[in-house]
Design a protein around this ligand. Sequence first.
Ligand code: HEC
Length: 149
Amino acid sequence: MHLNYFAARVAGCLILGASLPAQAQEIDGTTLFNDNCAVCHAEGGTGNPGFAPPLNRPAFWQAMDAPTDYVAAVVIAGLHGTMTVDGQMYAGLRMPPLPQIEDAELAAIATYVAGELGETEADATVESVAAVRAELPDNAALMAARPAE
Ligand code: HEC
């Protein structure tokens, strides 16, 4: 009887342990990107010509001082302006602000975009995203932060 109870507890812990990776997957940057961003930027951030720019541009991200902060700020505040990316002009478009994405999720997304797509050592954290959210740059500052391409 006691032994069975003990065995059940151990099994319960094992199941709990086994469910942890599944929880971690919920804040997987690739999945979150596909769910929140790919509708416009396409899976893998390859972009939609004339509609939403590609984000898989290592030279762009590597030329930035704080690439994950830029991603976080653009997502929270949105962005509008004219930009030319890979010879394609994106004019009069507006990325809608997505402030409802939580800090931990946005950290994973920013790390995916700047780190994986941008091939930088980017590692956004809940704290770095919260700091961006607390002092959001305005649209002009965001446009000015973009390195020339
Ligand atoms: C409804 C479509 C849409 C969605 C959804 C969207 N974006 Fe955008 N995004 C745009 C457009 C359009 C632009 C270009 C805005 C402009 O031309 O000023 C843009 C620009 C950007 C830029 C700036 C690129 C540069 O070259 O400076 C980043 C970074 C970005 N988006 C990241 C994201 C991320 C990350 C997500 C998901 C959390 C996301 N976007 C979701 C439409 C979208």
